[in-house]
Design a protein around this ligand. Structure first.
Ligand code: HEC
Length: 218
């Protein structure tokens, strides 16, 4: 190194440096809040049904609305207006219809006729129209093996819906199917589904034979 080099170095300005000011605390706090909120919201949503995107299941949404309307009907001119109770029933049916088209119609078809040789009909099915305990058992726990429905033999696998549908949804979809396509069996009460769960717990599929043994001929 000679003198000239030194002089040149002294003449130059120092290399510019990045400012070392820290990120403002308020910004860090915001980032932390957003992360906590995001993760929290995600965890909170885990396991919730995604129907409708607002975390309400179809049944919950329907059940909230008729409540006050029913009260109003009951306290008003209840005796002259039979649609009072009919209002609730219509709502339950609409809801059962939605669940049916989402969960059952792929196999049993929108018209309840099933697919010959593959999926049994629900229209005029002795199993569906039998004592409520039988259809509840089938849909809650699933069914497989040979079964005679309306004079035809089927052998397939019906998935269980116990984990997928709530008691109220299960009752609603069965009540709907029991009153559609010329069917006219009584509504099914969600309590029947609850009783079924208490009696049989978390069991596997039924077969037609087992159903007959436990509940009698449909
Ligand atoms: C993946 C296709 C599939 C879906 C979805 C399905 N089922 Fe089934 N279901 C079947 C099959 C197959 C059988 C006959 C099982 C057998 O052969 O033992 C059956 C049988 C039945 C039976 C008794 C026989 C009859 O025809 O009445 C009922 C009642 C029934 N299903 C109701 C329902 C309801 C209600 C839903 C919707 C919540 C539903 N199923 C969804 C395939 C399906």
């Amino acid at each position: 190194m000679n003198q000239h080099d030194h002089r040149a170095q002294y003449r130059e300005a120092p290399e510019p440096e990045e400012g070392t000011r820290a990120t403002p605390k308020i910004v860090l706090a915001w980032i932390a809040i957003l992360i906590v909120w995001g993760v929290g919201y995600y965890t909170w949503q885990i396991g919730k049904p995604m129907l409708g995107g607002d975390s309400r299941s179809a049944v919950a949404a329907v059940q909230q609305e008729p409540g006050p309307a029913d009260d109003a009907g009951a306290s008003g001119s209840a005796s002259s207006e039979s649609p009072d109770s009919g209002g609730g029933t219509a709502a339950a049916k609409a809801d059962g219809a939605a669940i049916y088209s989402a969960q059952c119609s792929a196999c049993h078809q929108a018209n309840g006729q099933g697919v010959p040789g593959a999926f049994p009909p629900l229209a005029s099915s002795e199993w569906l129209l039998a004592d409520a305990a039988i259809p509840v058992a089938i849909v809650h726990d699933g069914l497989q093996g040979e079964i005679q429905v309306a004079g035809n033999t089927f052998q397939g696998v019906m998935p269980k819906f116990g984990g997928t549908l709530s008691d109220a949804e299960l009752a609603a979809v069965l009540s709907y199917a029991r009153s559609e396509w010329g069917n006219s069996a009584g509504e099914i009460d969600p309590a029947t589904v609850t009783e079924h769960k208490e009696r049989f717990g978390d069991r596997g599929d039924w077969s037609a034979e087992e159903l007959k043994e436990v509940f009698g001929e449909p």
